[in-house]
Design a protein around this ligand. Structure first.
Ligand code: ADP
Ligand code: MG
Length: 759
């Protein structure tokens, strides 16, 4: 076997963007709007804010704002930039939905795109910013698209006021035509700066056969082969979800055990930041004093420019003449499965719900004598660049949420990625030296991938977006300069829902004329709508909050809404088990946690609140116990979710207090359960927000087909929907229920169910 040395690219001073500082800053000085395109890892996110800071764009008169579609990126990038600049977190800060560390001194602010949208509502001209950077624009997240549309109007307005605002759009791929060839958006086409990618060649190896469904097993076999047969260099595996990531991590750790008696890998990368600072200083001096030039870019291996190279080419000069078969083949061999402790593999998971301190591990060098192997979801595709990766294993799939255009029913589905994504993933292997990408699918399958994935705004319900836009007094949503407009039927569905919730003023006439007017999408916002728009939650939940002043229901509604908007409150127990012991353990846990949930569900009217009462009980009990990790583990709750609920409760409480100034609400860690009467009011409040989400149980005499057994009929769907076995209402099956959403897994299941029954 080939010995694995410790080889980590601690710090790579050839961040391509550093060579472009002057070009970028000149373009920004001379144009109000600039687009910067550069391959992932070229240094856009970490360096451009620093260029602007050094050029004096963050004087006391205004700050530099950077938006990220992902929370992970906003937090980790603000920390990285603060460190590189040797500035405190009070100066380089972040703000995400639930939290932030922004102060009066903040000059560089990283935030999620949703946060900036809320700020536009308070101050349309964004007067506290001198520069706004929209990062990761290629991801085409819904809020990013809207921000670009809004900023296309804000920039000229600021110009007129004599307080110019600079807008910088940064993107990883080359598809910027939606921004540049769009007169409605930018009447003057902004300049596009292409950052030389300095990507090393990546040899792409396709599988001859595409595995039917066991791509996880195929990943395992491929990693084993790479680790046994190929020279040192980190491995990055792309899978689709958290459960898959954990299961592969366990299998790999078992196959190549690594004893943790060595903390060398755990120390911080401080020195690399120090080097970065020194390097930058020397770069500055070089520029100022025009010293004789040492070519800092001159390395023994000259990077290949992106674009010149055929990335799919099978040749790799660096490896030519080597007798190692890098193509590995797709078959599997028995010995791969055997445990081998002579080859430690340092296996780390990476996904967006992972705790930040665990996420940070991937940036540190692995312990000496080990090889780094990161098993990641899509987060590693463009948002985060992991150092030292030489081999990429790409399963070719991604887990995505799909929404039915009419009914809004959502489901998570695993689908093929786009060609652009596949190329992004491959590119992760060529950051520090020539690399290899193993695609676990054939080249024929790849040719069938769509070129790019569609913008999010064309794929999901847009009612929250439309409410925010109406609150900005954009009445004719249809005329808005969307980079890519959502389908008209989605806009119409949103307008109708908002009218039904009372958030928009209903057209005064009836019948066809009314429909026509609604169809024109020009209903103005109502006073209720304005209140709803101030709550940082979707319109249905905002309506519930708006109603809850009555009978002291606000603290409960705030808690229910917080719990409903946080993803995955309960520990995931439906994961595939790796051993029989684990199967038994999961079964035991399931039974125990269901028992606990029955207790939280209470009695009488409380019990009729169903899943929502369980949420309320879970939060109440967890807070009472001090919201500890231990309590969560013992009671089947996800600790991170509970912390998020706590933050959201705090934030919603503040939001409600600012609307109802005399409410005097606070987050009570010892919240009592609601009274019987309050539980009944709460059911009415929930129904007011989810009025179109009512389902009726199909009665025995109506049973035409066995598939309707124990099923419910909704107004929106022809197919039967069900109460999930894990719901406390599963045993009761009330005649009428209201549900939060329908999610399709093996069947159509209602989530967040409560009973609508006469007392
Ligand atoms: P881009 O935005 O163009 O994708 P970034 O600015 O995010 O590029 O990254 C530039 C470089 O900085 C990458 O090589 C990456 O590995 C490194 N980097 C970014 N964040 C960290 C971090 N937290 N720790 C160590 N290195 C980091
Ligand atoms: Mg970036």
């Amino acid at each position: 076997f080939i010995p694995v040395d410790r080889k980590v690219a601690l710090f790579n001073p050839v961040l391509p963007i550093l060579a472009e500082e002057q070009v970028i800053m000149e373009a920004i000085n001379e144009n109000p709007i600039v687009i910067i395109c550069g391959e992932t890892g070229s240094g856009k996110t970490t360096q451009v804010p620093q260029f602007l800071y050094e050029a004096g764009y963050s004087s006391s008169a205004g700050a530099i704002g950077i938006t990220e579609p992902r929370r992970v990126a906003a937090v980790s990038m603000s920390q990285r930039v603060a460190k590189e600049m040797n500035l405190s977190k009070r100066v380089v800060s972040y703000q995400i939905r639930y939290e932030g560390n922004v102060t009066d001194e903040t000059q560089i602010k990283f935030m999620t795109d949703g946060v900036l949208l809320k700020e536009i509502q308070k101050d349309f001209l964004l007067s506290k910013y001198k520069v706004v950077i929209i990062d990761e624009a290629h991801e085409r997240s819904m809020y990013t698209d809207i921000l670009i549309g809004l900023l296309s109007r804000i920039v000229p307005l600021r110009e007129k006021k004599g307080l110019p605002l600079k807008l910088i759009i940064m993107s990883a791929t080359l598809r910027v035509e939606d921004f540049t060839d769009n007169n409605k958006l930018f009447s003057v086409t902004p300049p596009v700066i292409q950052v030389d990618a300095r990507q090393f060649p990546v040899t792409v190896h396709f599988n001859k056969k595409t595995p039917l469904d066991d791509y996880s097993g195929e990943c395992f076999r491929k990693v084993c082969k790479i680790h046994r047969m190929l020279p040192s260099g980190g491995i990055l595996v792309f899978l689709t979800g958290q459960a898959e990531v954990h299961s592969l991590c366990r299998r790999l750790r078992k196959a190549f055990p690594f004893q943790k008696n060595n903390t060398a890998g755990d120390d911080d990368k401080g020195e690399s930041v120090e080097e970065m600072r020194k390097f930058k200083k020397s770069r500055k001096q070089k520029k100022v004093m025009a010293l004789p030039k040492i070519d800092l870019d001159n390395y023994s291996v000259v990077p290949v420019d992106e674009g010149d190279e055929d990335r799919d080419a099978e040749t790799d000069d660096d490896m030519a003449g080597s007798d190692i078969d890098l193509d590995l083949g797709d078959g599997d061999s028995e010995e791969d499965e055997k445990s081998d402790s002579s080859l430690p593999l340092y296996v780390l998971p990476l996904y967006s719900l992972l705790a930040p301190e665990k996420q940070a591990k991937v940036f540190r060098p692995p312990p000496p004598g080990t090889r780094l192997c990161v098993v990641a979801t899509n987060v590693a595709e463009t948002s985060l660049t992991i150092p030292g990766i030489k081999y990429v294993v790409d399963c070719g799939k991604v887990k995505k949420r799909f929404y039915d255009k009419i009914t809004g029913v959502s489901s998570f589905r695993i689908t093929w990625i786009s060609q652009a994504s596949a190329n992004q993933r491959a590119g992760r292997a060529g950051r520090t030296e020539p690399g290899h990408c193993y695609r676990l699918y054939s080249s024929a399958v790849f040719m069938d991938f769509e070129k790019f994935s569609a913008p999010e705004i064309t794929k999901r319900p847009v009612e929250d977006l439309i409410l925010q836009m109406k609150a900005l007094n954009i009445e004719k949503v249809i005329n808005f300069p969307f980079p890519t407009p959502p389908p008209t039927e989605a806009l119409a569905a949103a307008e109708e829902l908002l009218i039904a919730l009372g958030a928009l003023k209903e057209p005064p006439m009836t019948g066809r004329l009314k429909q026509q007017l609604a169809a024109k999408l020009s209903c103005p916002i109502s006073p209720l709508g304005r209140i709803m728009a101030t709550f940082p939650v979707a319109p249905r939940y905002a309506k519930m909050l708006a109603l809850s002043r009555q009978h002291d229901c606000l603290p409960y509604t705030i808690t229910i809404v917080s719990a409903m908007t946080v993803r995955e409150l309960f520990e995931e127990l439906d994961r595939p088990a790796v051993s029989e012991e684990e199967t038994a353990e999961l079964k035991g846990k399931k039974a125990r946690f269901l028992q606990i949930q029955r207790i939280w569900a209470g009695q009488g009217s409380m019990q009729k609140l169903g899943d929502l009462m369980v949420m309320l009980g879970a939060v109440g009990a967890c807070e009472y116990a001090g919201c500890t990790r231990k309590f969560c583990e013992e009671n089947g709750l996800r600790y991170k979710a509970m912390l998020e609920i706590r933050r959201l409760r705090g934030q919603l409480t503040t939001a409600v207090n600012s609307v109802c100034t005399d409410a005097g609400l606070y987050v009570d860690p010892k919240m009592k359960p609601p009274t019987e009467a309050q539980a009944t009011y709460l059911r009415q409040i929930v129904l007011a927000g989810l009025g179109d989400h009512v389902a009726r149980r199909v009665q025995a005499e109506e049973l035409l087909d066995d598939k309707w057994k124990n099923a419910y009929k909704t107004a929106l769907l022809d197919d039967p929907v069900f109460i999930h076995p894990s719901s406390v209402l599963f045993k009761q099956l009330p005649e009428f229920v209201v549900y939060q959403e329908i999610v399709e897994t093996t069947k159509l299941y209602m989530k967040g169910v409560s009973a609508v029954e006469p007392e």
